[in-house]
Design a protein around this ligand. Sequence first.
Ligand code: PMP
Length: 390
Amino acid sequence: LFTGLEPIQTDSLLRLIQLAAEDDRPGKIDVGVGVYRTSNGATPILSAIKKAEKILWETQETKAYLGMSGDKKYAELLKPIVFGDDLAQMDGLIGLQTPGGCGALTLGFMLAKAANPATRVLVGTPTWANHPPVIRGAGLEIVEYDYYLKGETRIDFDAMMAAFDAARPGDVALLHGCCHNPTGADLDAGQWAKVRAKCAEKGIIPFVDIAYQGLGDGIDEDAEGLRGLVHACDEVIVAQSCDKNFGVYRDRVGCLFVKTGSEERAKVVNSHIMQIARTMWSMPPDHSAAAVRIILESDELRAEWLDELDMMRGRIVDLRKRIASSDPRLAYIADQKGMFSMMPLSPEQVEKLRIDHAIYMADSGRFNVCGMADEDVDRFCNAVLEAMDG
Ligand code: PMP
């Protein structure tokens, strides 16, 4: 059976993680992997999560199956966070717990395939490296357009609009809700307005990936673009993740939301979602979804989580300002959002940083803004500027 298999080239980011792990030079800076780090370079468990886990440990009486819908209350409590209080009440809004944002993306694209096998997906490049394989894995065609001009450090909005103009009714448009990965370049309010008008006019179905809500400008601010789309369009798919904003990465906590338009339609769509989920994971894992539910059920723990989220966002914003103030060529980094931005470096310059300075970032120049300790920021900036000049 296996003799015919050809080896698959390891993802360059996974190779980078391995290289960084093997490098024991003092002063190594690993800004390749996408986890939040404190000023000391640690990724601690949020105190709201620790407290919720304690409550869970004390009160959970069984580990019997929860059923295919997972923790229903978890999905209900997330709705107002993602959609705001009003939209969260709309008829026909499905919410289903998934194993991380990846699970939600896979399920959402497989749903699109089930609904219309000819669905095409508009994808702005560069995008998160996992998007194309997930979309192709669902059997869907990708239509690429240029989203970001790396050399000019700005969004190519004309190219984006041209791609939307050329779209067919029923095409799906993958959009980053906030904190664009890998560029940090988010649409502004005017651009979101044009995108939603175009989706409504052309019958394009928005598919919003929101994996970093609260790490850009704030919980509500980061969801404004998404909420505008939900107002404007009859059908919307949302892949959400709690893995970053609750810091529970390895526990795989996410949710798929679908605006279907009516309770009747929602029943049919839901039956397909369940059928697809059944073939993949049958039931989502429980632990941290239950902890998130416990946090959102308690005013006290919710407030504590929001404070911790503010703190993480504050550190990201401060680091962005520090990096931006090091040189006018890096000033754009202060205007971008979330964990990632891209340095205008060639793969050769990125490699030189690795060899000369033990600085690890993706070949594309993407780096995790909050991946470095405070004491490493100046050294990081100086090395990047040296590489840019070299
Ligand atoms: N979407 C984007 C843009 C991401 O960057 C990530 C995580 N790197 C995800 C989705 C998936 O997140 P999760 O770890 O919850 O599967």
